[in-house]
Design a protein around this ligand. Structure first.
Ligand SMILES: Nc1ncnc2c1ncn2[C@@H]1O[C@H](COP(=O)(O)OP(=O)(O)OP(=O)(O)O)[C@@H](O)[C@H]1O
Length: 357
């Protein structure tokens, strides 16, 4: 069993006398790569600041590296973790000296410092920047240096508060990939706050979803992508179809009715109080007889194509079906050969792919 790095129980954090965080239970194991997601103001940065012991709490308990934070020497605990922000906050000094700083604080001999700084800069492909002044770096270079600075003393826990938000997408992807490799190789536990769900899907094996200071979902990014816990989280992860619906019990059956009049039987759990039907765009298909063999409870409907948006691999097609606009994601070769704006299209979905919230 993996060692537990962080355990939070029943903690409430107040800022300006207002409760901004209420975590009933959160446990992170060594080596986990976890994303923290949630709408603006949900408390993501507050959670990282709490874990970094920059915020106090009145109730509850936080155990970090096996020690109860309340009675611990915070300075020595803090030395076992590291935090990176969107703002690089590098000192007006050389790259080498910036990365070396934490090691000098720890009183390491210069020879060892040189060895570790050289390795950390090489890990993030910025050895060529060693003698440059930090103020002369590009945004991407500066963030690489920050990662080297954060990891040079081999922290057990790395806290990342949207460090790559201002970078262009190729640079962000490269840095995420490099960071992931370094973290896995070293067994570092990582908690990444991000607004970019594509980054989360790529980077993390677990995502903790915060809303109004509380954890509302804690699962793999893949499950959150397909089964968001409510309509706000569905919009946050850019669920293609978040559709108003009515759910009714009729005899032994439960029926879900969409605004376009289409209804389908519901055989899943959790339908009471549901008012929204979430359907990922890749769970809507251009109707095909083959699908009928694949799914025994397929729902089909007619619509008119209103928009075709090209994308790499998948195209997004908007289809109007009696006042209800649906978005489907279809492989490119199917679109170019079969779909054009204004044409009538029969589309279908399997109710098993629907999430009711
Ligand atoms: N220094 C502060 N003093 C008082 N309240 C604060 C402070 N920082 C944040 N808050 C409040 O705490 C709540 C949570 O803020 P936090 O920055 O943790 O959210 P977030 O999820 O990181 O948001 P975002 O996605 O916008 O960065 C918000 O209501 C915010 O106004």
């Amino acid at each position: 069993m993996r060692q537990v790095v962080l355990e939070i129980a029943d903690i409430k954090v107040f800022r300006n006398k207002r409760q901004t965080l209420k975590i009933e239970n959160l446990s992170i194991s060594a080596g986990e790569i976890v994303a923290i997601i949630g709408p603006n103001g949900a408390g993501k940065s507050t959670l990282l600041q709490l874990i970094n012991m920059h915020l106090s709490y009145k109730t509850g308990k936080m155990v970090l590296f096996g020690e109860d934070v309340a009675g611990a020497d915070k300075q020595s605990l803090r030395r076992r973790s590291s935090m990176v922000f969107q703002e690089t906050m590098l000192l007006d000094d050389t790259v080498f000296n910036n990365v070396a700083l934490a090691l000098r604080f720890r009183g390491l001999p210069e020879r060892e410092i040189k060895e570790k700084v050289t390795k950390a800069l090489a890990d993030f492909h910025c050895a060529h920047l060693t003698t440059r002044m930090a103020g002369n770096l590009s945004g991407g270079e500066a963030q690489r240096v920050c990662l080297a600075r954060a990891l040079v003393y081999e922290p057990e826990l790395l806290l990342l508060d949207e460090p790559f938000a201002a970078l262009d997408s190729p640079t962000r992807n490269t840095l995420l990939a490099e960071l992931r490799l370094v973290a896995i190789a070293r067994g570092t536990t990582v908690m990444l706050v991000s607004h970019n769900f594509n980054d989360v899907l790529y980077f993390a094996e677990r995502a903790v979803v915060l809303q109004e200071g509380c954890i509302v979902q804690d699962d793999t990014p893949e499950v959150i992508l397909r089964r968001p816990v409510n309509a706000i989280i569905a919009s946050l992860i850019e669920m293609d179809n978040v559709l108003p619906c009515q759910v009714e019990k009729q005899g032994d059956d439960i029926l879900v009715q969409l605004a376009n009049g289409v209804y389908f039987p519901w055989t899943g759990q959790k339908w009471q109080g549901a008012t929204v039907c979430c359907l990922p765009g890749d769970a809507l298909y251009i109707f095909d007889e083959q699908l009928v063999y694949q799914y025994n409870s397929l729902m089909a409907m007619e619509g008119i194509v209103s928009q075709v948006v090209p994308g790499i691999g998948m195209y997004r097609i908007m289809v109007e079906t009696q006042g209800l606009s649906l978005t489907m994601r279809v492989p490119r070769e199917q679109v170019t050969s079969r779909v054009a704006i204004g044409m009538q299209l029969k589309i279908a979905f399997n109710p098993g792919d629907v999430q009711l919230v």
